[in-house]
Design a protein around this ligand. Sequence first.
Ligand code: DX5
Ligand code: ZN
Length: 219
Amino acid sequence: MSKLIAPSVLAADFANLQRDIEMINNSDADWIHIDVMDGVFVPNISFGIPVIKAIQKHAKKTMDVHLMIVNPDQYISTFKNIGANNLTVHFEACTHLHRTIQAIQKEGMKAGVALNPHTPISVLEDVIMDIDLICLMSVNPGFGGQNFIENTYKKIIQLKHMIEQSGSSALIEIDGGVTDQNAHKLISAGADILVAGSFVFKSQNPSETIQNLRLLANS
Ligand code: DX5
Ligand code: ZN
């Protein structure tokens, strides 16, 4: 399977959101990564339901929604209704993670689980067979534009091993501080999807930057 690039709209120009979504539509991007922050689970508030509805109107790529919120169970059907294809919840925010995963899949979405940088891979042992996607946070969630945490490589290798040993078909997504400097190394370690926010949207030519990342990921 080719490796996927998911630009994060957190770094887009919100006053020109339609333009930036169309840029993603017309680029080599595979997914659109959408970060929802509630100011409780993470110390920042991004955007919510009305904005995602507006994105849905224009988005032509897989909507990969990353919930950095407490009580995600409360909103699962809402996110389905506004176009989420993948719904990722944080391990650290779910008391009944197995139930949450089932509820997401019951709605017909792919279920993802995100792990904060300090959370070990081992916590996934008993749900690895049930998950479609694991999002390894390579920065502390809450903000775009932070520096990549090097310990992530070790976690990718451990997770890849767990996936292979168990026979799970879960994909590994890396989120935070992804650039052209680490893209190839992340894929070599075992990543399947690279999320990139600032590196794409702060570049001179975002569409070309996406194309370059995709080439690096698949080289
Ligand atoms: C961080 C978000 C990321 C963020 C990545 O909490 O989950 O998706 O948009 O941004 P960059 O690529 O700028 O680190
Ligand atoms: Zn994210």
